[in-house]
Write a protein that binds this ligand. Structure first.
Ligand code: 2BA
Length: 109
């Protein structure tokens, strides 16, 4: 068994949820925050049998889009001066950042 952890953009989360349910996969959605943009994103935990990993990866790839996001300058006033970005920066975010972890043991009580 594997645990697929996928960090995706909030905008894609409902579409991905619906696609997983439709394909009969179970998933948990966690609200998360990107370390770089400090903006909300969504992390999916999806427990699947080994032979389903490829199909789930395909579903994630199909339902999550990559987008450009502009990072606005953040004033250091009252914040951390080390992280100050003095000009707008454009970054490419997502489709999805996916980790596939082995599961030692799985129980449902
Ligand atoms: P954030 O950390 O907010 O990063 C958003 C986007 O900013 C990243 O998109 C990347 O294009 C850019 N970025 C991140 N760190 C950077 C840096 N040190 N210098 C320059 N640009 C940087 P993605 O790579 O698609 O990542 C989307 C989100 O996925 C991330 O949001 C983070 O929440 C998660 N993520 C990405 N890589 C990860 C990793 N190795 N471990 C854990 N989470 C990760």
């Amino acid at each position: 068994m594997k645990l697929i952890m996928a960090v995706i953009q909030d905008k894609d989360s409902t579409r991905l949820s619906d696609a997983l349910v439709k394909a009969d996969y179970r998933a948990t959605r966690l609200s998360s925050t990107g370390g770089f943009l400090k903006a909300g994103n969504t992390t999916f935990l999806i427990g699947v049998e080994d032979d389903a990993v490829e199909e789930v990866m395909g579903i994630i790839q199909k339902n999550c889009r990559s987008r450009e996001q502009v990072v606005a300058p953040i004033s250091p006033m009252g914040g951390n001066a080390d992280s100050y970005v003095p000009y707008p920066v454009e970054v490419q975010v997502g489709g999805a950042t996916v980790f596939v972890l082995p599961v030692d043991h799985f129980e449902q009580f």
